[in-house]
Ligand binder design. Structure first.
Ligand SMILES: Nc1ncnc2c1ncn2[C@@H]1O[C@H](COP(=O)(O)OP(=O)(O)O)[C@@H](O)[C@H]1O
Ligand SMILES: [Mg+2]
Length: 524
């Protein structure tokens, strides 16, 4: 049930978005009729000073005023360019989740409430918070662990945040329902579905026992792996609203200067990071999905320690195999195979023509083979691939989207550490091993060897690449001239996708227009 308060909160949000100039910054030129009037009205409402800032800046100001749920909404939408469009997604990705700390006294009260024991009995010391975000803050502390004093990190949920989320989520659902009800073309984007997913992920993030469980699972998976670990969990001092874990005394990967000063080997760390991530993904099917440099520590011996496991991703056997086969297919330039894999997995309906699909995939794969290996990005390849698969009605696989999003981040971190970073050479030992061990049983041993060779060859740079690049550029010229390379079906798909893009822009504007009407109603 939607309460009247939800309408009011939504209207209030619309007001702030208008005042901070977020709405004015959206492209409204293509609008006609009432929505255009509403948009022009929103431009008038924008504060004068907000007009001079760039869009990302405006967005972060607005979100700051709107509070934690909107930070989460923004971050969540940043992972869904299929819903909000690429530009908005990139701007949202720049939102910083940093907030003022709340008093330690409140944190202590929460710990006692959640664990049912006095803080002084649980901890030897509990210090002032060192970091705070929308959902929680972190305090350093010490505990007595079997007679030894151990330093710990204590993460405590922000007081009242659960209530606030519940309220704001009601507003999000209301907006989503309004979209589906009044704007039929918005239904394809499944706004209610999006709101549900957001509700589910934040519910998980707000239960710190689940973060503890994820830490412990990743810890078990990686117990025997060199160069990567996670802090141990202190279950005795962990509950829904508090998690206690080993304190990590390393340098944050975001602090490049400190890493340099400590004499760390950047190339080795970059390779280690990628190999660890791929191992977790392919071998275990369980990966840390928030691997930005602020969540990664480096210990004196170069070991990477990951914290902040509020978001983790899972890939089933099928998805892992799908992923490995795609990488293998791109490397060996077997585009029909890459296309086939999508049909076999049941991701793309059989009604589509494999060859037309393979052709679209070739358009992604060939240019890549013409580039120097160290500039070829696996994450970019997956991104392009998912853009194409969308044209062929591939159902949105949220676990694969999460993987692709994480890979963009992880690869970006590796490249920032080592500009000459070669993704394929680095990936080979892990991907090759996995293929050798898993794409069995018979006949596959050889394939696997080929795959490993192909990976190595790509890493080394095949000598015929120059010739291939030339051929490709000739093909592109020809295509530009007569447009013959794309058959009718492919062309129709692209047309459809473009239409969709403008449509989703309009949907966003319609929603905003509706919100403005609500403001008017509230004010009147
Ligand atoms: N185990 C730990 N050891 C040392 N510092 C930690 C630990 N866990 C978290 N921190 C510090 O607290 C910050 C916030 O914790 P994090 O788990 O990343 O929460 P958030 O979701 O707010 O980003 C981290 O960036 C890090 O500086
Ligand atoms: Mg963090």
């Amino acid at each position: 049930m939607t309460t009247p308060a939800a309408y009011f909160r939504l209207a209030h949000a619309g007001w702030i978005l208008a005042r901070e100039g977020v709405i004015a910054a959206l492209p409204g030129d293509q609008l006609i009729g009432a929505p255009r009037v509403a948009w022009q009205f929103a431009r008038k409402l924008a504060r004068r000073r907000s007009r001079s800032h760039d869009a990302a800046d405006r967005m972060s100001k607005a979100v700051d005023r709107l509070g934690p749920s909107y930070v989460k909404l923004g971050q969540f939408l940043a992972t869904r360019p299929d819903v909000v469009g690429g530009d908005v997604a990139n701007q949202l990705a720049r939102l910083q989740d940093r907030m003022a700390t709340f008093p330690t006294a409140l944190a202590r009260a929460e710990i006692e409430e959640s664990l049912g024991r006095p803080v002084d009995e649980l901890f030897l010391t509990l210090e002032e918070p060192i970091a705070a975000a929308s959902i929680a803050q972190v305090h350093p502390g010490t505990i007595d662990r079997q007679g030894r004093v151990e330093k710990v990190a204590v993460k405590v949920i922000r007081p009242g945040v659960r209530r606030r989320f519940a309220n704001d989520l009601e507003g999000f659902f209301l907006a989503a329902h309004m979209q589906e009800r009044f704007i039929p073309s918005a239904r394809r984007l499944k706004p209610v579905e999006v709101a549900k997913t957001l509700a589910q992920t934040t519910r998980i993030e707000m239960d710190l026992r689940l973060e503890a469980a994820a830490l412990s699972e990743l810890g078990e998976n990686t117990a025997a792996d060199p160069g990567f670990r996670v802090p141990w969990v202190d279950w005795e001092r962990t509950g829904r609203d508090v998690i206690t874990m080993e304190w990590i005394d390393g340098i944050k990967m975001s602090d490049v200067e400190a890493m340099q000063a400590a004499g760390h080997d950047f190339k080795r760390i970059a390779a280690n990071l990628i190999q660890s991530f791929l191992r977790h993904t392919l071998r275990d099917g369980f990966f840390h999905a928030d691997m930005h440099p602020g969540n990664l520590f480096v210990e004196p011996d170069g070991t990477i320690v990951a914290v902040d496991l509020g978001i983790a991703g899972r890939l089933g056997k099928k998805e892992r195999r799908f992923l490995a086969e795609i990488l293998y297919g791109f490397i060996t330039r077997d585009y029909v195979r890459v296309a086939e894999v999508h049909f076999e997995a049941g991701y793309v309906p059989r009604t589509h023509d494999v060859r037309a699909f393979a052709q679209a995939i070739r358009a992604i794969g060939e240019p890549i083979h013409g580039q120097p290996a160290e500039t070829i990005s696996m994450a970019r390849l997956l991104t392009l691939l998912f853009e194409v698969t969308e044209l062929f009605d591939m159902e949105t696989r949220s676990e694969l989207l999460l993987l692709q999003k994480t890979m963009v981040v992880v690869e970006g971190v590796a490249r920032s550490l080592d500009p000459a970073f070669n993704m394929w050479k680095t990936a080979e030992p892990v991907v090759g091993d996995w293929i050798r061990a898993n794409l069995g049983p018979r006949g596959f041993a050889e394939d696997a060897r080929d795959a490993a060779f192909a990976l190595a060859a790509l890493a080394r740079q095949a000598p015929d690449i120059a010739a291939r690049t030339e051929r490709l550029s000739r093909e592109i010229d020809a295509m530009a001239e007569d447009g013959l390379r794309f058959d009718d079906e492919t062309a129709a798909k692209i047309g459809k996708a473009e239409a969709r893009h403008t449509r989703s822009g309009r949907i966003a504007l319609w929603l905003i227009a509706a919100t403005l009407v609500w403001i008017a109603v509230q004010v009147a």
